[in-house]
Design a protein around this ligand. Structure first.
Ligand SMILES: O=C(O)CCC(=O)C(=O)O
Ligand SMILES: [Fe+2]
Length: 320
């Protein structure tokens, strides 16, 4: 793993406690901090977010139990073209980032859950005989859905929009939970646990990992290790919010390795607005006299493009 630069900037910590408790002035103050972070680094830790530590621990454990199943049982729920189910080791290759080209397939396997509202996701994409797995994953999913919705007014205020601006555009959101396993690996040239990329999301919520391995690229181009902040979530801006904000909020590249010698799991939750929400330059982000930097696209269109680039089984299906 490349060494992190000396004296590199750190990833800021945002305390959500006062905002979530409804303390007077907290929404404005927290949004102002969020704005600064999103305009300068695009990655933060949140603490006092209200998600029970026990639920996070149970979800990591559920991820480990799933990946410990024999391969044929995992292949029985093999991933479908809309990314539900099990993606085998090296089933994805990062192609949406121009930071590193010629990437080899990513050294990870993952179980993807994607549902809408009360729906539990594709019924035939859940493993059989794994007690509690589905219930835990969906409880965690619920907690992430709720947290994402609580964050939306902060993002709106941070972008000088009315607090409820995103609510109708994100009330039936396209979300996903990914339970990733990175086996320990000796990485050769162009090999990563997950290659440098930015997420497709509006925001990503990534539970703090006890096994290090996540690195974040600063705007100056240095790769810094994400430190351990107990009971936190890493939150990062993804490409959809970057485009929507006309580039104002940075969609920061990151990558991950596992050189720990043991297994490493990650449980990111990806939040996108409603599929038919048009990602067109936000009114507060237009620059007078200039055309928007990005072409307008619905969330659904953007996601289809992103999946087709990075997931080998989707590329194959699209090519057939
Ligand atoms: O493994 C990690 O810590 C990060 C995973 C990640 O960036 C992703 O799945 O998009
Ligand atoms: Fe990511």
């Amino acid at each position: 793993m490349a060494a992190a630069a000396a004296n590199a900037p750190t990833i800021p910590v945002l305390d959500l406690g006062p905002y979530l408790a409804g303390a007077p002035g907290a929404a404005e103050a927290t949004a102002a901090q969020l704005r600064h972070i999103c305009e300068t680094i695009g990655f933060l830790f949140i603490v006092n977010h209200g998600v029970p530590a026990g639920l996070v621990a149970e979800t990591f454990e559920a991820a480990a139990r799933f990946h410990a199943l024999p391969l044929e049982r995992k292949l029985a729920v093999k991933v479908n073209p809309v990314l539900q189910g099990y993606m085998p080791l090296r089933g994805s290759t990062t192609r949406t980032s121009n930071l590193s080209t010629g990437n080899k397939p990513n050294e990870n396997e993952a179980f993807f859950i994607k549902r809408r509202g009360e729906d539990a996701g594709a019924a035939d994409r859940w493993p059989e005989d794994l007690p509690g797995f589905r219930a835990t994953a969906l409880r965690y999913y619920d907690a992430m859905d709720a947290l994402a919705q609580r964050l939306l007014p902060l993002y709106a205020a941070a972008l000088d929009l009315p607090a409820d601006y995103f609510a109708p555009l994100c009330d039936d959101p396209l979300t996903g939970l990914r339970l990733t396993h990175y086996p320990p690996a000796a990485y050769g040239a162009n090999e990563y646990g997950i290659a440098p990329h930015s997420d497709s999301s509006f925001i990503t919520l990534l539970a703090q990992n006890k096994v290090p391995g996540l690195q974040v690229r600063t705007p100056e181009g240095a790769w810094i290790d994400a430190p351990v902040v107990p009971d936190s979530f890493v939150v990062n801006t993804g490409d959809i919010l970057h485009r929507w904000s006309n580039g104002r909020f940075i969609s920061t590249p990151h990558r991950a390795f596992n050189t720990s010698g043991g297994p490493r799991y990650a449980i990111p939750y990806f939040f996108h607005p409603n599929p038919d929400t048009l990602i067109d330059c936000l009114p507060s982000c237009a620059v007078f006299g200039e055309a928007p930097r990005y072409e307008a696209m619905t969330v659904e269109q953007y996601m289809a493009w992103f999946r087709g680039q990075n997931y080998d089984h989707v590329r194959k299906a699209n090519a057939a």
